[in-house]
Design a protein around this ligand. Structure first.
Ligand SMILES: NC(=O)c1ccc[n+]([C@@H]2O[C@H](COP(=O)([O-])OP(=O)(O)OC[C@H]3O[C@@H](n4cnc5c(N)ncnc54)[C@H](O)[C@@H]3O)[C@@H](O)[C@H]2O)c1
Length: 367
């Protein structure tokens, strides 16, 4: 579905390269080195381009709040605290996830190319955003990867059978590169919807889909305000006990195995920080004895895509295809940013020291 057919129909659209410029300017004003500001802008704008506005430039106000809380640390780099060959442990030190995860993947990619496989346990990074971005980095290097992530100390999701928030939205992601073709990228929160999507719905005055939320008494609700105003409710895990189980494994692989932390009464984050830990397993497909792997993958995809369409369905997508379609649309037509999000981003720009004139000038240029 195009943006012009959705809630974004009347929302102003901003060309990706201009939005990228504003994001870079905000973070350089906050004190980020140019390379850091570039990586942040690459990541946030790419999330908007793929249609995941929940993880795009709308995160800037939260990052600025975390900076003000002295949680988010600027200009930090991934620190390999243990090198066991095919297993690396990386400390993030609350540095910008957009830098720390990029550098952690660079290390893992180099090792997987040399050894055939590398497991990277990344701990204590500030928000690493859209996990598909990191899987795509591995896929561009020709490598398969899967990623288990916890949102440490930030319970938003009820356990299967529970009535209050106990677990993070813990994303799982897997990517399969295909020479000469786009990679398959599966990337989702283990909650029925991502938390950021409740923020987008809240800002737009919309309901969330049925089954996604419960209120503070555990009763199903369509109101996104239960995630943004007290008394707080919770997201539900996707797919009942299966989503809950996957979220639990993300918590333990991401948070415990990496030497980071899991979510429980002693670790609740009370600031604006979002702390992610991630176990990434990166594999060189050439290390397997599988000369027909690509042909087999392609044959399977052609087979499933040949299924007759169910009523009301326009097409059958492979994992990652909806994001590619959205990206092509938004590269051509611009990125829609709703008024509430735009106001919040300008306030964040002022909070890091941009003058009223500079903000007005960016706003005029982008609007
Ligand atoms: N860093 C964090 O703490 C954190 C936490 C939670 C989520 N996230 C990110 O939030 C983003 C959004 O997550 P989400 O759960 O809202 O994603 P989602 O529900 O939109 O699902 C996206 C996945 O499903 C596939 N998909 C979507 N529609 C499809 C269709 N019709 N047919 C086939 N495949 C389809 C997509 O290609 C993609 O792989 C993800 O990028 C995730 O990494 C990050």
């Amino acid at each position: 579905m195009t943006d012009s057919q959705t809630a974004h129909a009347n929302t102003p659209r901003i060309p990706a390269d201009q939005l990228h410029g504003y994001v870079r300017a905000i973070w350089q004003r906050a004190g980020s080195a140019p390379r850091e500001a570039e990586l942040i802008a690459d990541h946030l704008v790419a999330a908007n381009l793929t249609g995941h506005d929940s993880h795009g430039v709308g995160m800037i106000p939260r990052y600025v709040e975390s900076l003000a809380d002295q949680q988010l640390q600027l200009n930090r780099h991934a620190d390999v605290v243990k090198d066991a060959g095919a297993v690396l442990t990386v400390e993030g030190g609350k540095g910008f996830g957009q830098v720390i995860a990029f550098e952690a993947m660079e290390r893992g990619i180099e090792r997987a190319r040399r050894l055939g496989i590398c497991a990277v346990g990344l701990r204590g990074a500030h928000h690493i955003g859209r996990i598909g971005h990191w899987a795509e980095q591995c896929a561009r290097a020709g490598l398969v990867s899967f990623h288990f992530v916890n949102v440490a100390g930030d319970p938003l999701v009820a356990p299967f059978g529970g009535a209050d928030r106990r677990i993070g939205t813990n994303p799982f992601c897997a990517a399969y590169p295909r020479p000469g073709k786009p990679p398959l990228v599966l990337d989702f929160a283990t909650s029925t919807i991502a938390f950021g999507k409740t923020r987008v719905a809240y800002n737009q005055g919309k309901h969330t889909p049925p089954g996604a939320l419960i209120d503070h008494e555990g009763v199903p609700t369509l109101e996104p305000k239960v995630m943004h105003e007290a008394p707080f409710g919770a997201l539900t895990p996707f797919g009942g006990h299966k989503g809950f189980g996957l979220a639990a494994m993300c918590e333990i692989f991401g948070g415990a195995l990496s030497g980071g932390f899991t979510t429980h009464a002693d670790t609740l984050v009370t600031t604006h920080a979002i702390i992610n830990c991630m176990l990434s397993v990166i594999i060189d497909p050439a290390a397997f004895d599988a000369p027909d792997a690509q042909a087999e993958a392609d044959a399977f995809l052609a087979w499933v895509k040949a299924s007759p369409l169910a009523a009301g369905t326009e097409r059958i997508y492979e994992p990652g295809e909806p994001e590619r379609v959205k990206r092509a649309q938004r590269e051509a037509a611009g990125i829609p940013i709703d008024a509430a999000t735009w106001t919040q981003i300008h306030s964040a720009a002022r909070a890091v020291g941009m003058s009223e004139d500079e903000v007005a000038s960016w706003s005029a240029r982008l609007g």
